[in-house]
Write a protein that binds this ligand. Structure first.
Ligand code: FES
Ligand SMILES: [Fe+2]
Length: 366
Protein backbone atom coordinates (compact mmCIF):
# COMPACT_ATOMS: atom_id res chain seq x y z
CA UNK A 1 0.00 0.00 0.00
CA UNK A 2 3.02 2.21 -0.42
CA UNK A 3 1.37 4.16 -3.19
CA UNK A 4 -1.29 5.30 -0.78
CA UNK A 5 -0.69 7.78 1.93
CA UNK A 6 -2.81 8.80 4.79
CA UNK A 7 -4.08 12.07 3.42
CA UNK A 8 -3.93 15.32 5.26
CA UNK A 9 -7.73 15.35 5.38
CA UNK A 10 -8.17 12.18 7.36
CA UNK A 11 -11.63 11.65 8.73
CA UNK A 12 -12.28 13.56 11.89
CA UNK A 13 -15.94 12.85 12.44
CA UNK A 14 -16.02 15.37 15.21
CA UNK A 15 -13.01 16.92 16.83
CA UNK A 16 -13.75 16.85 20.53
CA UNK A 17 -10.61 18.87 21.23
CA UNK A 18 -12.55 21.88 19.97
CA UNK A 19 -15.52 21.35 22.23
CA UNK A 20 -14.55 24.18 24.51
CA UNK A 21 -14.66 26.63 21.62
CA UNK A 22 -18.35 26.38 21.16
CA UNK A 23 -21.23 27.35 23.27
CA UNK A 24 -23.47 25.04 21.18
CA UNK A 25 -26.58 27.11 21.76
CA UNK A 26 -24.86 30.31 20.59
CA UNK A 27 -23.43 28.44 17.64
CA UNK A 28 -26.86 27.08 16.75
CA UNK A 29 -28.60 30.42 17.10
CA UNK A 30 -26.46 32.09 14.46
CA UNK A 31 -27.90 29.78 11.80
CA UNK A 32 -31.52 30.78 12.44
CA UNK A 33 -34.25 28.15 12.85
CA UNK A 34 -32.97 24.72 13.81
CA UNK A 35 -35.71 22.88 11.94
CA UNK A 36 -36.53 24.64 8.68
CA UNK A 37 -39.71 23.69 6.81
CA UNK A 38 -39.40 20.64 4.60
CA UNK A 39 -39.65 16.89 4.17
CA UNK A 40 -37.39 14.76 6.35
CA UNK A 41 -36.51 11.07 6.19
CA UNK A 42 -37.51 9.59 9.54
CA UNK A 43 -36.98 5.87 8.97
CA UNK A 44 -36.81 3.30 6.19
CA UNK A 45 -40.04 1.54 5.29
CA UNK A 46 -38.46 -1.78 6.26
CA UNK A 47 -37.79 -0.48 9.78
CA UNK A 48 -41.51 -0.23 10.45
CA UNK A 49 -43.20 -3.52 9.49
CA UNK A 50 -46.98 -3.87 9.71
CA UNK A 51 -48.25 -3.73 13.27
CA UNK A 52 -45.17 -2.07 14.78
CA UNK A 53 -44.25 1.32 16.24
CA UNK A 54 -40.83 3.01 16.44
CA UNK A 55 -39.72 6.08 18.40
CA UNK A 56 -37.93 8.95 16.64
CA UNK A 57 -36.56 11.94 18.54
CA UNK A 58 -35.99 14.63 15.95
CA UNK A 59 -37.15 18.05 14.75
CA UNK A 60 -37.67 19.11 18.36
CA UNK A 61 -40.31 16.40 18.91
CA UNK A 62 -40.72 12.95 20.39
CA UNK A 63 -42.47 11.06 17.60
CA UNK A 64 -44.21 7.69 17.31
CA UNK A 65 -43.98 6.24 13.80
CA UNK A 66 -46.37 3.32 13.39
CA UNK A 67 -47.70 1.12 10.63
CA UNK A 68 -51.22 -0.15 11.08
CA UNK A 69 -52.10 -3.71 10.23
CA UNK A 70 -53.50 -2.65 6.85
CA UNK A 71 -50.07 -1.23 5.95
CA UNK A 72 -50.65 2.53 6.36
CA UNK A 73 -47.89 4.49 8.07
CA UNK A 74 -48.60 7.32 10.52
CA UNK A 75 -46.52 9.78 12.51
CA UNK A 76 -47.87 11.11 15.81
CA UNK A 77 -46.54 13.28 18.58
CA UNK A 78 -45.83 10.58 21.07
CA UNK A 79 -46.79 11.94 24.48
CA UNK A 80 -50.18 10.74 25.59
CA UNK A 81 -52.65 13.47 26.64
CA UNK A 82 -53.76 11.32 29.58
CA UNK A 83 -50.68 11.02 31.80
CA UNK A 84 -47.85 11.65 29.37
CA UNK A 85 -46.56 8.17 28.61
CA UNK A 86 -44.87 7.64 25.26
CA UNK A 87 -47.05 6.10 22.60
CA UNK A 88 -43.84 5.25 20.78
CA UNK A 89 -43.44 2.47 23.34
CA UNK A 90 -47.01 1.28 22.98
CA UNK A 91 -48.32 -1.33 20.59
CA UNK A 92 -50.33 -1.43 17.39
CA UNK A 93 -53.66 -3.16 17.30
CA UNK A 94 -55.60 -3.09 14.03
CA UNK A 95 -55.58 0.51 12.91
CA UNK A 96 -54.88 1.91 16.36
CA UNK A 97 -51.83 2.77 18.40
CA UNK A 98 -52.33 1.87 22.06
CA UNK A 99 -50.66 3.66 24.95
CA UNK A 100 -48.47 1.39 27.12
CA UNK A 101 -49.67 3.03 30.36
CA UNK A 102 -53.51 2.72 30.47
CA UNK A 103 -54.16 1.38 26.96
CA UNK A 104 -55.97 4.37 25.48
CA UNK A 105 -56.20 3.80 21.72
CA UNK A 106 -55.44 6.45 19.07
CA UNK A 107 -56.14 6.34 15.36
CA UNK A 108 -53.73 7.24 12.57
CA UNK A 109 -54.83 10.89 12.71
CA UNK A 110 -53.98 11.02 16.39
CA UNK A 111 -57.61 11.14 17.61
CA UNK A 112 -58.49 9.25 20.78
CA UNK A 113 -60.59 6.28 19.62
CA UNK A 114 -61.26 4.35 22.80
CA UNK A 115 -60.55 3.83 26.50
CA UNK A 116 -60.76 0.30 27.93
CA UNK A 117 -63.79 -0.06 30.19
CA UNK A 118 -65.50 3.16 29.01
CA UNK A 119 -68.19 3.54 26.38
CA UNK A 120 -67.48 7.20 25.73
CA UNK A 121 -64.22 9.04 25.74
CA UNK A 122 -63.21 12.72 25.75
CA UNK A 123 -62.53 14.49 22.45
CA UNK A 124 -58.80 14.61 22.62
CA UNK A 125 -55.74 13.23 20.90
CA UNK A 126 -52.21 13.99 19.78
CA UNK A 127 -50.93 15.88 16.75
CA UNK A 128 -50.35 13.86 13.60
CA UNK A 129 -47.93 14.83 10.85
CA UNK A 130 -48.01 14.64 7.05
CA UNK A 131 -46.23 11.51 5.95
CA UNK A 132 -45.22 9.94 2.63
CA UNK A 133 -43.33 6.81 1.63
CA UNK A 134 -40.91 7.17 -1.24
CA UNK A 135 -38.39 4.68 -2.55
CA UNK A 136 -38.32 2.68 0.66
CA UNK A 137 -38.12 5.73 2.93
CA UNK A 138 -40.69 7.24 5.30
CA UNK A 139 -40.71 11.03 5.01
CA UNK A 140 -42.47 13.54 7.25
CA UNK A 141 -43.27 17.17 6.48
CA UNK A 142 -42.29 19.61 9.20
CA UNK A 143 -43.21 23.30 9.31
CA UNK A 144 -40.70 25.67 10.89
CA UNK A 145 -43.35 26.94 13.32
CA UNK A 146 -43.99 23.44 14.65
CA UNK A 147 -47.66 23.73 13.60
CA UNK A 148 -49.23 20.98 11.55
CA UNK A 149 -49.69 22.40 8.03
CA UNK A 150 -50.69 21.02 4.68
CA UNK A 151 -47.36 20.50 2.89
CA UNK A 152 -46.91 23.21 0.25
CA UNK A 153 -45.43 20.61 -2.11
CA UNK A 154 -45.56 16.84 -2.26
CA UNK A 155 -42.72 14.54 -1.29
CA UNK A 156 -40.64 13.91 -4.38
CA UNK A 157 -40.75 10.84 -6.50
CA UNK A 158 -37.52 10.53 -8.41
CA UNK A 159 -38.46 9.90 -12.03
CA UNK A 160 -35.71 7.56 -13.18
CA UNK A 161 -36.25 5.22 -10.25
CA UNK A 162 -39.89 4.85 -11.22
CA UNK A 163 -39.64 5.07 -15.04
CA UNK A 164 -36.44 3.20 -15.74
CA UNK A 165 -36.85 0.46 -13.22
CA UNK A 166 -33.75 1.43 -11.30
CA UNK A 167 -33.23 -0.97 -8.48
CA UNK A 168 -32.20 -0.50 -4.89
CA UNK A 169 -28.48 -1.28 -4.44
CA UNK A 170 -27.35 -0.30 -1.01
CA UNK A 171 -27.36 1.77 2.13
CA UNK A 172 -24.91 3.38 4.46
CA UNK A 173 -25.82 4.85 7.82
CA UNK A 174 -23.23 7.50 8.55
CA UNK A 175 -24.34 8.17 12.12
CA UNK A 176 -24.49 11.63 13.63
CA UNK A 177 -22.57 14.71 12.67
CA UNK A 178 -22.23 17.94 14.64
CA UNK A 179 -23.51 20.53 12.23
CA UNK A 180 -26.57 22.58 11.41
CA UNK A 181 -28.63 21.31 8.47
CA UNK A 182 -28.11 24.61 6.61
CA UNK A 183 -24.42 23.79 6.19
CA UNK A 184 -25.26 21.30 3.42
CA UNK A 185 -26.69 24.00 1.20
CA UNK A 186 -24.14 26.58 2.28
CA UNK A 187 -21.53 24.16 1.00
CA UNK A 188 -23.15 23.78 -2.41
CA UNK A 189 -22.53 27.42 -3.30
CA UNK A 190 -19.06 27.51 -1.82
CA UNK A 191 -17.20 27.21 -5.10
CA UNK A 192 -13.89 28.29 -3.63
CA UNK A 193 -13.48 25.28 -1.33
CA UNK A 194 -13.44 22.74 -4.17
CA UNK A 195 -9.86 23.51 -5.03
CA UNK A 196 -8.83 23.11 -1.38
CA UNK A 197 -11.01 20.45 0.22
CA UNK A 198 -11.98 18.39 -2.85
CA UNK A 199 -8.90 18.61 -5.04
CA UNK A 200 -7.56 15.16 -4.10
CA UNK A 201 -8.27 11.84 -5.76
CA UNK A 202 -9.37 9.60 -2.93
CA UNK A 203 -9.91 5.90 -2.40
CA UNK A 204 -13.71 5.42 -2.32
CA UNK A 205 -15.27 5.56 1.16
CA UNK A 206 -12.04 6.81 2.72
CA UNK A 207 -10.05 9.99 3.05
CA UNK A 208 -6.96 8.25 1.70
CA UNK A 209 -5.61 10.37 -1.12
CA UNK A 210 -3.66 9.01 -4.06
CA UNK A 211 -0.41 10.94 -4.60
CA UNK A 212 -0.20 12.39 -8.11
CA UNK A 213 -3.95 12.23 -8.58
CA UNK A 214 -6.23 15.21 -8.43
CA UNK A 215 -9.71 16.42 -9.24
CA UNK A 216 -10.68 19.60 -11.07
CA UNK A 217 -14.18 20.90 -10.52
CA UNK A 218 -16.43 23.27 -12.41
CA UNK A 219 -19.41 23.88 -10.11
CA UNK A 220 -22.71 25.58 -10.83
CA UNK A 221 -25.78 26.34 -8.69
CA UNK A 222 -29.28 27.38 -9.76
CA UNK A 223 -32.92 27.30 -8.69
CA UNK A 224 -35.52 25.21 -10.55
CA UNK A 225 -37.61 27.43 -12.84
CA UNK A 226 -40.93 25.83 -11.94
CA UNK A 227 -40.46 24.64 -8.39
CA UNK A 228 -39.23 27.31 -6.01
CA UNK A 229 -38.36 24.76 -3.32
CA UNK A 230 -35.83 22.95 -5.53
CA UNK A 231 -32.26 24.06 -6.22
CA UNK A 232 -29.54 22.25 -8.13
CA UNK A 233 -25.85 21.99 -7.70
CA UNK A 234 -23.89 20.68 -10.67
CA UNK A 235 -20.30 19.64 -10.73
CA UNK A 236 -18.39 18.90 -13.89
CA UNK A 237 -15.29 17.15 -12.59
CA UNK A 238 -12.27 15.62 -14.25
CA UNK A 239 -9.38 13.58 -12.90
CA UNK A 240 -5.86 14.95 -13.21
CA UNK A 241 -2.75 12.79 -13.07
CA UNK A 242 0.51 14.51 -12.25
CA UNK A 243 -1.00 17.77 -13.48
CA UNK A 244 -2.36 16.34 -16.77
CA UNK A 245 -6.11 16.42 -17.35
CA UNK A 246 -7.57 12.96 -18.09
CA UNK A 247 -10.39 13.99 -20.42
CA UNK A 248 -11.88 10.49 -20.54
CA UNK A 249 -12.65 10.72 -16.85
CA UNK A 250 -14.86 13.78 -17.15
CA UNK A 251 -18.20 13.27 -15.40
CA UNK A 252 -21.18 15.33 -14.43
CA UNK A 253 -22.92 15.00 -11.10
CA UNK A 254 -26.18 16.78 -10.47
CA UNK A 255 -27.44 17.26 -6.94
CA UNK A 256 -31.09 18.10 -6.28
CA UNK A 257 -31.68 19.96 -3.06
CA UNK A 258 -35.27 19.30 -2.19
CA UNK A 259 -36.10 22.04 0.28
CA UNK A 260 -33.65 22.74 3.10
CA UNK A 261 -31.60 19.54 2.56
CA UNK A 262 -33.63 17.14 4.65
CA UNK A 263 -33.51 15.10 1.47
CA UNK A 264 -30.89 15.60 -1.23
CA UNK A 265 -30.23 13.31 -4.16
CA UNK A 266 -27.45 12.90 -6.67
CA UNK A 267 -27.52 11.73 -10.27
CA UNK A 268 -24.19 10.22 -11.23
CA UNK A 269 -23.82 9.36 -14.90
CA UNK A 270 -21.64 6.31 -15.57
CA UNK A 271 -20.51 6.40 -19.22
CA UNK A 272 -22.32 3.90 -21.48
CA UNK A 273 -23.94 2.05 -18.57
CA UNK A 274 -26.46 4.36 -16.99
CA UNK A 275 -27.06 6.26 -13.85
CA UNK A 276 -26.76 5.92 -10.10
CA UNK A 277 -29.16 7.89 -7.91
CA UNK A 278 -27.94 8.45 -4.37
CA UNK A 279 -30.10 9.86 -1.59
CA UNK A 280 -28.33 11.69 1.19
CA UNK A 281 -30.70 12.57 3.99
CA UNK A 282 -30.26 14.75 7.06
CA UNK A 283 -32.52 14.44 10.06
CA UNK A 284 -32.00 17.15 12.69
CA UNK A 285 -31.81 15.44 16.09
CA UNK A 286 -31.01 18.76 17.72
CA UNK A 287 -30.03 22.15 16.27
CA UNK A 288 -26.44 21.11 15.63
CA UNK A 289 -26.74 17.33 15.36
CA UNK A 290 -27.80 15.64 12.12
CA UNK A 291 -28.35 11.96 11.50
CA UNK A 292 -27.02 11.22 8.02
CA UNK A 293 -28.07 8.31 5.81
CA UNK A 294 -27.19 7.28 2.27
CA UNK A 295 -29.45 5.07 0.11
CA UNK A 296 -28.75 4.31 -3.56
CA UNK A 297 -30.34 2.95 -6.72
CA UNK A 298 -28.93 2.19 -10.16
CA UNK A 299 -29.96 1.43 -13.72
CA UNK A 300 -30.07 -2.31 -14.50
CA UNK A 301 -26.85 -2.21 -16.57
CA UNK A 302 -24.82 -0.71 -13.71
CA UNK A 303 -23.27 -3.56 -11.75
CA UNK A 304 -23.59 -3.14 -8.01
CA UNK A 305 -19.81 -2.88 -7.40
CA UNK A 306 -19.72 0.08 -9.84
CA UNK A 307 -22.57 1.72 -8.01
CA UNK A 308 -20.77 1.09 -4.71
CA UNK A 309 -17.55 2.68 -5.98
CA UNK A 310 -19.45 5.66 -7.40
CA UNK A 311 -21.22 6.26 -4.11
CA UNK A 312 -17.97 5.71 -2.22
CA UNK A 313 -16.25 8.41 -4.24
CA UNK A 314 -18.88 10.88 -3.17
CA UNK A 315 -18.82 9.72 0.48
CA UNK A 316 -15.05 10.26 0.48
CA UNK A 317 -15.63 13.89 -0.58
CA UNK A 318 -18.38 14.26 2.00
CA UNK A 319 -15.98 13.06 4.70
CA UNK A 320 -13.51 15.69 3.61
CA UNK A 321 -16.19 18.34 4.21
CA UNK A 322 -17.03 17.03 7.66
CA UNK A 323 -13.91 18.26 9.33
CA UNK A 324 -14.79 21.77 8.22
CA UNK A 325 -18.53 21.62 8.87
CA UNK A 326 -18.34 20.22 12.37
CA UNK A 327 -15.89 22.80 13.54
CA UNK A 328 -17.16 25.96 11.89
CA UNK A 329 -19.64 28.68 12.73
CA UNK A 330 -22.13 30.57 10.60
CA UNK A 331 -21.00 33.94 9.34
CA UNK A 332 -24.08 36.12 8.88
CA UNK A 333 -22.02 38.65 6.96
CA UNK A 334 -19.24 36.67 5.27
CA UNK A 335 -16.43 38.61 3.65
CA UNK A 336 -16.87 37.46 0.07
CA UNK A 337 -14.58 37.83 -2.93
CA UNK A 338 -15.28 37.41 -6.68
CA UNK A 339 -14.24 33.73 -6.74
CA UNK A 340 -16.87 32.82 -4.14
CA UNK A 341 -20.12 31.29 -5.40
CA UNK A 342 -23.62 32.83 -5.22
CA UNK A 343 -23.82 32.83 -1.43
CA UNK A 344 -26.32 35.69 -1.17
CA UNK A 345 -28.55 34.24 -3.91
CA UNK A 346 -28.60 30.91 -2.12
CA UNK A 347 -29.38 32.52 1.23
CA UNK A 348 -32.30 34.43 -0.28
CA UNK A 349 -33.59 31.12 -1.67
CA UNK A 350 -33.08 29.29 1.63
CA UNK A 351 -35.04 31.95 3.52
CA UNK A 352 -38.35 30.50 2.27
CA UNK A 353 -37.81 27.49 4.56
CA UNK A 354 -37.39 29.66 7.64
CA UNK A 355 -40.80 31.33 7.24
CA UNK A 356 -43.84 29.45 8.46
CA UNK A 357 -46.56 28.03 6.26
CA UNK A 358 -48.88 28.26 9.24
CA UNK A 359 -51.65 29.94 7.18
CA UNK A 360 -52.02 26.50 5.61
CA UNK A 361 -52.44 25.07 9.04
CA UNK A 362 -54.99 22.28 8.96
CA UNK A 363 -55.25 21.17 12.54
CA UNK A 364 -54.06 22.47 15.84
CA UNK A 365 -52.14 20.23 18.10
CA UNK A 366 -55.04 18.80 19.97
S1 FES B 1 -50.79 7.82 29.91
FE1 FES B 1 -51.52 7.06 28.04
S2 FES B 1 -53.31 6.00 28.57
FE2 FES B 1 -52.66 6.86 30.42
FE1 LIG C 1 -17.73 20.29 -0.06
Amino acid sequence: MGWLRWGPREALPYDARFDHRFDESARAEAYGPAYPSGWYHLLDSAEVPKGTVRPVDALGRHLAVFRDEAGGVHVLDAHCPHQGASLAHGRVSGEHLTCPFHAWAFDGDGALAGIPGLDRCPRTGVASHPVAERHGMIWMYHDVSGARVEPPYAAAEVGPIVDRAMTYRGRHDAGEVRMHVAEVIENSVDFQHFAVVHDGLTVPWTTWTIPGGGLDHTPDWYVDEEHAHIAYFEDDSVVTWRGQTMEGSRSLARVTMFGPAGVVWFHFQIPTLGEVVLFQTHLPLSPTRQRVRFRWFADPAVASPWAWITVGQWVAQWKADLRIWQNKVYQPRPVLVPIDGPVHRMRRWYKQFTVSDAPRRVADAR
